[in-house]
Write a protein that binds this ligand. Structure first.
Ligand code: ZN
Length: 194
């Protein structure tokens, strides 16, 4: 999934800055060598190394609800109900809320629970419990990452795993074909943490 039509290689510093400012989170400026996920997101917003999903949700949701029971469920509830599915947007692993239009959160395979932080939602349809997050198998995840990391601009690192944008799920072969179309290598070798 490509967002921008501008030339990809080489990306000037100004182009990169513009792209980053518009679409991605500041931490992604320092993590261009990989796709980022919930752990990067939570650490940045909580302001603490190793910050967890629970800490992030607690910080974000507390101003939205004065109800301690709701807060406890959002933070500590066991994931249940229909799962959400991880895909890649703007260089991050994210999932979209099935209950509201706008809810989208950065997710991590290590802590696969989803709480929609849209103030009007907060997983209310799911009784305020987190939903499980489904990631692709590790082998497929690695192939997706190797393919998307060939794109220097994180804004163009997108994998529409469920066909949310076009109605047709993208395959790794589709992503490679996109790379070639943009004069990029089909994939790059990367060391993955996960
Ligand atoms: Zn929602």
């Amino acid at each position: 999934m490509y967002r921008q039509k501008d030339p990809q290689v080489p990306l000037s510093a100004a182009e990169m800055k513009r792209a980053l400012r518009k679409h991605v989170n500041p931490y992604q400026m320092y993590t261009l060598d990989r796709l980022t996920d919930g752990k990067d997101h939570w650490m940045w917003f909580v302001g603490k190394e190793g910050a967890t999903r629970k800490e992030f949700v607690l910080m974000q949701a507390r101003p939205m609800t004065g109800d301690e029971k709701t807060l406890t469920r959002l933070v500590n509830g066991k994931p249940q109900g229909d799962p959400v599915f991880a895909f890649v947007l703007d260089g991050r692993w994210v999932a979209r809320c099935p209950d509201c239009i706008t809810g989208q959160e950065v997710v991590s395979r290590d802590q696969p629970a989803f709480v929609c932080l849209n103030v009007l939602c907060l997983n209310i349809v799911n009784g305020h419990f987190p939903r499980p997050v489904k990631f692709p198998p590790a082998g497929q995840m690695k192939k997706v990452e190797e393919t998307l990391l060939a794109r220097p601009n994180p804004v163009n690192r997108g994998w529409d795993a469920q066909g949310l944008a076009t109605g047709k799920a993208e395959t790794v072969a589709d992503l490679k074909a996109e790379n070639i179309k943009h004069s990029l290598p089909p994939a790059v070798a990367v060391e993955l943490e996960n």
